[in-house]
Design a protein around this ligand. Structure first.
Ligand code: ATP
Ligand code: MG
Length: 307
């Protein structure tokens, strides 16, 4: 809607896990590198936890894009299923040849045959489970059996589980000790730092534009966005999208604190933090009605990396 006004081709802050917009903060880069390492080096099992909206699903899409055709990958997003259904989903993703009602042994035999064949033709098999916090203990145990598929030198199935922080508590269950012991890599995605968020915003604007986006964010506006979002990308997107809409309706390409304040007022209430009273803004509250300090767009946009 406002894209032309800001010289953009696409909505820059759409809340979809589009790998085209993947921005590598240090923690996202590290998590991606670790997952890729576990897959490429057949290390078996990796676990990623992360706050709600911190970028887990986006990470899985980016990883899938990076893994080439020598990797047979299966991505499971819907984990609110029984362990039998989970097995069925994996089997159908890999097009395993199974009887109508396979028992666990039949399934594991078919899986073994499949992964051994893939190994023989030089392909690696990876199962990526998103929304891991919704898995039951039974399902987690079922998945563990897959990590047992190995030959003398290599793990034949790589298993990556991503989920919200409560997944950590679930994994403490006594029955899951053998799974925990198999974790080759663990990482946690927290909120972005203020610096990362600033670069993230600039990056998404650049990625969504043809040449250069025609919009500036003031430092105070960025501070407000950080305060409202706590550095969580999904919320940053929401605030920025609303702010661009407010800017457009006011016919201004300067996103300053008054624009962000209006944008935030139109959003869902922040149940953790009542809004932007003077106390919330700390030192900035003393700015009163002084005009916002504008950040240098060139500098910010150059910081935003192009793919
Ligand atoms: N590193 C990133 N680069 C670009 N965009 C990102 C990044 N991380 C998150 N996002 C954006 O934030 C939104 C939320 O991210 P995502 O859906 O990946 O979070 P999540 O951790 O899977 O959340 P949930 O816990 O609800 O499943 C995405 O739609 C995406 O637009
Ligand atoms: Mg997700």
């Amino acid at each position: 809607m406002y894209e032309n006004f800001y010289n953009l081709l696409l909505p820059p802050f759409a809340n979809t896990p589009n790998s085209r917009f993947f921005f590598e903060t240090e923690q996202h880069r590290e998590a991606l590198a670790k997952l890729e390492y576990v897959v490429r080096n057949r290390r078996g099992f990796a676990l990623v936890t992360g706050e709600v909206g911190s970028g887990k699903t986006t990470l899985t899409r980016t990883l899938l894009r990076r893994l080439g055709s020598e990797v047979r990958a299966c991505l499971i997003n819907n984990t609110r299923v029984s362990s039998t259904e989970l097995v069925k989903m994996i089997s159908s993703e890999f097009q395993l040849d199974l009887p109508e009602k396979p028992d666990k042994a039949t399934y594991l035999t078919a899986m073994r045959r499949f992964v051994e064949h893939q190994y023989a033709i030089g392909r690696n098999v990876v199962i990526i489970i998103d929304e891991g916090q919704c898995l039951s203990i039974d399902e987690l145990e079922e998945l563990r059996l897959l990590t047992n598929l190995e030959n003398e030198t290599d793990k034949l199935v790589q298993l990556l589980i991503l989920g919200q922080p409560e997944l950590r508590a679930m994994l403490k269950h006594e029955r899951l000790k053998p799974l925990i012991q198999r974790i080759a890599m663990y990482t946690h995605l927290g909120p972005m730092s203020f610096d990362d968020m600033t670069k993230y915003i600039a990056y998404r604007l650049v990625r969504a534009s043809n040449e250069r986006p025609n919009v500036d964010f003031s430092r105070e506006a960025l501070q407000m966005i950080y305060q409202r979002s706590s550095g969580i990308p999904r919320v940053v997107n929401l605030v920025c999208d609303n702010a661009l809409l407010v800017g457009y309706s006011r016919n201004t390409r300067l996103i300053d604190s008054s624009v962000v304040r209006r944008a935030v007022d139109q959003m869902m209430p922040n149940f953790n933090n009542e809004g932007f009273g003077p106390a919330d803004l700390g030192e900035d509250a003393t700015l009163g009605n002084a005009p916002d300090e504008m950040i240098q767009p060139t500098q910010e946009y150059e910081d935003g990396r192009r793919l």
